[in-house]
Design a protein around this ligand. Structure first.
Ligand code: TXA
Ligand code: MG
Length: 343
């Protein structure tokens, strides 16, 4: 299959492109689109055939459900059922944006059963990225879209990452800018009380408590003590991993420097710009997550891109010093811990 690359913002006939996308979705084609979190691999959520093709192209286990992306609230009310002030407030404050809600699905809502992988709930999201919104608005299609990477790899934050993983396996890649946020959306299970954060993201527990009050929400780990089963099935898989082994260097920066002096270009190190001067004479590959440890937004935006850059350089082992947990960096540490190799 030839993968077509389309840049909507550079085209002077946008209408023609949207008409083409409408036809493509109708024909069950797979189209990678930008979002503010990461690039998504989209297809018509009402078509069994289209949804099956998503799982196939990514090599994704069929028990890991997908998120439905939509443009406006009418569309949401057709597919899920809720009467819950908490949900109303979350929507008012955080949509469009990097938040996914798990809600009870309406019966016979037209969404392919394969989207929710047999669950009676449905994950839904109204993205804020301009191009994504425009595509949703113009095509009027409900889009099932997981991240547009090969299953297990870091999610794509640049269209080149999508090309690397899925060229020849999908029909179209919409070329756009680097994803603003760089980590996947916060997934909130709204069928429970308190609410449960099934996957941490840019919108934090404190952000939610700021709207709904203290104690209104818990992390998945705090509620799964008995069952050990994560609410979001996807969170049980090892994830986001580069080809290289990513390992914590559990010691000081000084000790790490000593250790890295004995290494060559096959070794990578992830640190902050503020430490750049220390690495000038080393022979290893050094990459900077952000200016300093406090720059969490920068770190989120860069993490997956850095992991993919090391792979391009054929680095075999990557070290990073453990990062101290704060209220802001829960999502970053969640992804990093999942990417770390277990020896
Ligand atoms: O930011 C994002 O959410 C990106 C962009 C493209 O929107 N999408 C994304 O999709 O990260 P994906 O498929 O890589 O992750 C979706 C997560 C998985 O962990 C999945 O198990 C969970 O959401 N999920 C989906 N439907 C669910 C449901 N009904 N109940 C529980 N978890 C669900
Ligand atoms: Mg994913």
């Amino acid at each position: 299959m030839e993968t077509e690359i389309i840049n909507i913002s550079k085209s002077n006939n946008k209408e023609e492109i949207y008409n083409k996308l409408i036809t493509y979705y109708k024909d069950n084609k797979l189209i990678a689109i930008p979002t503010e979190t990461v690039y998504g691999l989209s297809a018509d959520a009402t078509s069994d055939e289209a949804v099956c093709k998503i799982y196939e192209a990514k090599g994704r286990p069929s028990d890991n459900p997908l998120i439905v992306h939509f443009y406006e609230m009418n569309q949401l009310n057709d597919i899920v059922d809720y009467q819950d002030e908490r949900v109303d407030k979350l929507i008012e404050n955080f949509w469009p944006g990097p938040m996914t809600l798990i809600l009870n699905a309406k019966e016979n809502n037209g969404i392919s059963k394969k989207v929710s992988a047999g669950l009676s709930t449905l994950a839904v999201r109204m993205p804020s990225n301009k191009t994504a919104r425009q595509i949703l608005k113009e095509t009027k299609v409900l889009l099932a879209a997981p991240s547009a990477n090969t299953s297990g790899k870091p999610s794509p934050t640049k269209f080149e990452h999508v090309y690397h993983d899925l060229n020849g396996k999908i029909d179209v890649i919409i070329e756009d800018e680097q994803s603003d946020i760089g980590l996947e959306s916060t997934v909130i299970d709204c069928t429970r009380t308190p609410l449960v954060i099934a996957r941490p993201g840019e919108i934090t527990k404190e952000d939610i408590e700021g709207i709904l009050g203290l104690g209104s929400v818990k992390y998945n780990d705090e509620v799964m003590v008995d069952t050990q089963t994560p609410i979001a099935p996807g969170m049980k898989y090892r994830h986001y991993s580069p080809e290289a082994e990513l390992l914590y260097y559990e010691d000081s920066l000084e000790k790490a420097l000593e250790f890295l002096k004995t290494k060559n270009k096959k070794t990578g190190f992830i640190t902050y710009k503020s430490n750049e001067y220390l690495f000038e004479n080393l022979n290893i590959s050094v990459k900077y997550l952000a200016d300093n440890e406090k720059s969490v937004e920068q770190s989120n935006k860069n993490l997956y891109n850095i992991l993919r850059e090391f792979d391009e350089e054929k680095v075999e082992e990557i070290y990073i010093l453990p990062i101290k947990e704060t209220k802001e960096n829960i999502a970053l540490l969640n992804r990093l811990n999942k990417a770390i190799s277990r020896k």
